[in-house]
Design a protein around this ligand. Structure first.
Ligand SMILES: [Zn+2]
Length: 347
C-alpha cells in the first residue's frame, strides 16, 4: 500500500437487524435459502459502504455471511458432525457445546470464495478476508477421530490452504487467519501452531495476516482479562517465533489493553495491525485517543509498517457505535499521518 497508516478492521461488523438478531454472537439468520444469500450480499454492500464512508482503507465484507468466525467455516467441511455435540472448554476459558470430528476432515467445495468474489466486484480498494486459524479451529471442536490436536490442525491447515488459494484467485489482497488460541496455548503455538499456520499460507502470493486478540467483548472474556493482572505479557511467548515466520502482518489488541507496548519490539520487521479501537466498550474513542495509541506503537513499529486497526471484531456492538468507532479510527490515523508528514516522514 502506498498510503501511510492504512486503516482496516480486525474482523466482523454489526449485521443489519433484518438479517440476524443484532448485537449477538452466534445470532440465528432471519432469512433462508436464496433470500439468505441475497440478504447477506445486501448486508455486505451496507457494511462496505459504512467502511468507505468512515474512510477505512483496507475493506472487508464485515463477515456478513458468517454466523461465527470459526463455526461457519467448519460447517462446510465433511468429517464433522454438528448433531453430535460435546461440551468442551474453549481456550481454557468457557464451556461451549461444540460439534464432533467423526472422520477424516475435508473441504468438498469452496466456502467463502463466492462471497469474496462478490466483494471484489463492489470495490477497487484493497480487500482483506478472514479465515479461522488451524489451532483455533481445533480448539472449537471435540475430536473423536484424530485424537491429536496437532494432527487435526495439520489437516485443517491443508484445507485452509485450498480455500486461501481460491480467495487469492478471487482477488483478495490480504488473507487473515484468526488465532486467538495463540494467546493461550503457548507451548503448542511454538511447537506446531505457527508451523500449521505456515502450512495454511504455503504458496500464496497475496499478503497474509494473523489476528491474535483477547477475544470479543463478551463476559467470559472480560472476566478472564480481570485475572491477567496489570501487565499482559502473553504476546511475549509467541512473538519471537512469529517474527521468524512467513506471515506478513500481525494483528494485535492494543487499545485499553494492558499489553506493554514494548513487546512490539519483538516482532520488529513485521507489519503490525495495531488495535486502536476497544471493541469491549460502547464508548467511542476520540480521534486523539486513537492517535495516542498509534503514537505509542510508533516507538516500536516502523511508520511504513503500521496499520491502524480495531482490537477485534465489532459484531456484538450496535451499528451506531461501530460506525462511530470506524470514524474515530480514520480520524486518529489522519492525526498521525499529519504529524509524520510534518516530520518529513510521509511518502
Ligand atoms: Zn479477535
Amino acid at each position: 500500500m502506498k498510503k501511510l497508516l492504512p486503516t482496516s478492521t480486525a474482523g466482523s461488523l454489526p449485521k443489519p437487524s433484518w438479517l440476524a438478531e443484532p448485537e449477538t454472537l452466534w445470532s440465528p439468520w432471519k432469512l433462508q435459502d436464496e433470500a439468505l444469500i441475497e440478504g447477506q450480499q445486501d448486508a455486505l454492500r451496507v457494511s462496505l459502504q459504512e467502511q468507505q464512508l468512515a474512510g477505512i482503507d483496507i475493506v472487508s465484507d464485515g463477515e456478513q455471511s458468517r454466523q461465527h468466525f470459526v463455526t461457519t467455516f467448519i460447517e462446510h467441511l465433511s468429517g464433522v458432525d454438528f448433531e453430535k455435540r460435546k461440551t468442551v472448554k474453549i481456550r481454557d476459558r468457557y464451556d461451549a457445546s461444540v460439534p464432533t470430528v467423526v472422520g477424516a476432515v475435508s473441504r468438498q467445495q469452496p466456502v467463502f470464495v463466492e462471497a469474496a468474489r462478490f466483494l471484489r466486484q463492489q470495490t477497487r480498494q484493497p480487500i482483506k478476508w478472514a479465515l479461522p486459524g488451524p489451532m483455533t479451529m481445533v480448539d472449537t471442536l471435540y475430536d473423536g477421530h484424530y485424537k491429536s490436536r496437532e494432527k487435526l490442525a495439520w489437516e485443517f491447515a491443508t484445507i485452509l490452504n485450498q480455500e486461501a488459494k481460491e480467495l487469492e484467485a478471487a482477488g483478495v489482497d490480504i488473507i487473515q487467519f484468526d488465532e486467538p488460541a495463540f494467546n493461550v496455548f503457548f507451548e503448542e503455538v511454538n511447537d506446531w501452531g505457527i508451523a500449521a499456520l505456515e502450512r495454511a499460507i504455503e504458496g500464496l502470493k497475496c499478503e497474509t495476516a494473523v489476528h491474535i486478540c483477547y477475544g470479543y467483548g463478551i463476559k467470559a472474556n472480560t472476566d478472564w482479562k480481570k485475572t491477567l493482572g496489570s501487565e499482559w505479557r502473553q504476546y511475549e511467548e509467541v512473538f519471537p517465533r512469529l517474527q521468524k515466520s512467513n506471515i506478513d502482518l500481525i494483528s494485535l489488541e492494543c487499545q485499553n489493553s494492558h499489553v506493554p507496548m514494548e513487546l512490539l519490539e519483538l516482532i520488529r520487521g513485521k507489519k503490525v495491525m495495531v488495535g486502536a479501537i476497544d471493541v469491549a466498550t460502547n464508548s467511542i474513542e476520540t480521534p486523539e485517543e486513537v492517535a495516542n495509541t498509534l503514537r505509542q506503537a510508533l516507538k516500536f513499529v516502523d511508520a511504513d509498517k503500521l496499520y491502524p486497526c480495531t482490537n477485534c471484531g465489532m459484531a456484538p456492538l450496535s451499528r451506531g457505535v461501530a460506525r462511530g468507532k470506524l470514524t474515530a479510527l480514520s480520524a486518529g490515523a489522519e492525526i498521525i499521518r499529519r504529524e509524520l508528514s510534518a516530520e518529513g516522514l510521509a511518502y
